[in-house]
Write a protein that binds this ligand. Structure first.
Ligand code: AHM
Ligand code: MG
Length: 333
């Protein structure tokens, strides 16, 4: 029976990627090996999160585990981690062709309150066979060959794109394997949910404020109420409130549609999120699922980072919703 076949024909992430790569005759299996090492890191963090490891330790621990796993894969040459100020150049004897940018534990300030946290990663191919340099990771996001995240929630879910669609895998703890559970994720063309830290509303620019306001007052028909509600919101939420965790919010946005935003505001003109290992991988996934990612000025994946920890405002999500945001920014001139 079909249902049984599905249950017994276990599509592990390794098997899935091997299948994908076998379409390329020049493929040497390097990507599969690299991915397996990333997967190992994710399994480690997942089990540590479930054991209730302390926050501080978990940050540092996850970073170390990922770096060691990536270096020992023998397939990387330069790494950029959110946790390290400088890029890590892999020693010559362990070098391979891939460059990996990652945030080992995004949203780690949330650990203690149980909000979902996750790992985000993006993968580039080194530009040539010379010494790896920063130029290899300071490439626009559209040059990524793969990107993904792993969400450590009630279950552990890894979402991956190698540039042709997006697929989700859930860790089966008894097997210790990520099994394909969300094949070919397509984001709904339009959604109802927006996610943004409204604590910053006071400092938003015009288009962002307009976009959120219209949604906030969707059920009310006159604009005056919108003005009052913005006033109320900014009154109540005057200070930083951590409302969102990027991995969980983007995950929900991918599955249900809508938008995830971390806009510029008067206090942080470049927003908060980092281009290389937060904005790019999530934008890459969005586009591959049929959505869009926009910075307020341009397509996010066209950005050319100048420093490894550069930040950018980001609006990503359903195609139509991002079109709307683009129109608001265009109208602003
Ligand atoms: P981190 O990399 O320091 O963990 O911060 C990233 C997190 C994202 O998960 C989330 O979207 C954002 O920061 C929330 O920031 P804020 O507290 O300003 O809303
Ligand atoms: Mg982060």
């Amino acid at each position: 029976h079909a249902a049984d076949a599905h249950r017994t024909d276990l599509m592990t992430i390794t098997r899935f990627v091997l299948n994908e790569q076998s379409k390329y005759p020049e493929s040497r299996g390097d990507f599969t090996i690299l991915l397996n090492h990333i997967v190992l890191g994710c399994k480690f963090v997942c089990s540590s999160v479930n054991k209730g490891e302390e926050q501080k330790k978990l940050d540092v621990l996850s970073n170390e585990v990922f770096i060691k796993a990536l270096v020992s894969s023998g397939r990387t040459c330069i790494l950029v981690s959110e946790e390290d100020e400088d890029a890590i150049i892999v020693e010559p004897s362990k070098r391979g062709r891939y460059c990996v940018v990652f945030d080992p534990l995004d949203g780690s300030s949330n650990i203690d309150c149980g909000v979902s946290i996750g790992t985000i990663f993006g993968i580039y191919m080194v530009k040539d066979d010379h010494e790896p340099t920063l130029a290899d990771v300071l490439q626009p996001g559209k040059q990524m060959v793969a990107a993904g995240y792993c969400m450590y929630g009630s279950s552990c879910t890894l979402v991956l794109s190698t540039g042709k669609g997006v697929n989700g895998f859930t860790l089966d703890p008894s097997l210790g394997e990520f099994i394909l559970t969300h094949p070919d994720i397509r984001i709904p063309k339009k959604g109802k949910i927006y996610s943004v830290n409204e604590g910053n509303a006071k400092n938003w620019d015009g288009p962002t404020a307009k976009y959120v306001l219209v949604r906030f007052t969707l059920y009310l028909s006159f604009y005056a109420v919108a003005i009052i509600s913005l006033e109320l919101q900014t009154w109540f939420y005057d200070n930083d409130i951590m409302m969102n965790s990027m991995v969980a919010d983007v995950h929900r946005t991918l599955l249900y549609g809508g938008t995830f935003m971390y806009p510029a505001d008067k206090k942080s003109p470049s927003g908060k999120l980092r281009v290389l290992y937060e904005v790019f991988p999530m934008s890459f996934l969005m586009e591959n699922a049929g959505g869009q990612a926009f910075t307020g000025k341009q397509r996010a994946l066209d950005l050319v980072p100048t420093k490894i920890h550069d930040r950018s405002p980001i609006f990503l999500g359903s195609y139509d919703d991002i079109e709307e945001i683009k129109a608001l920014y265009a109208a602003e001139g």
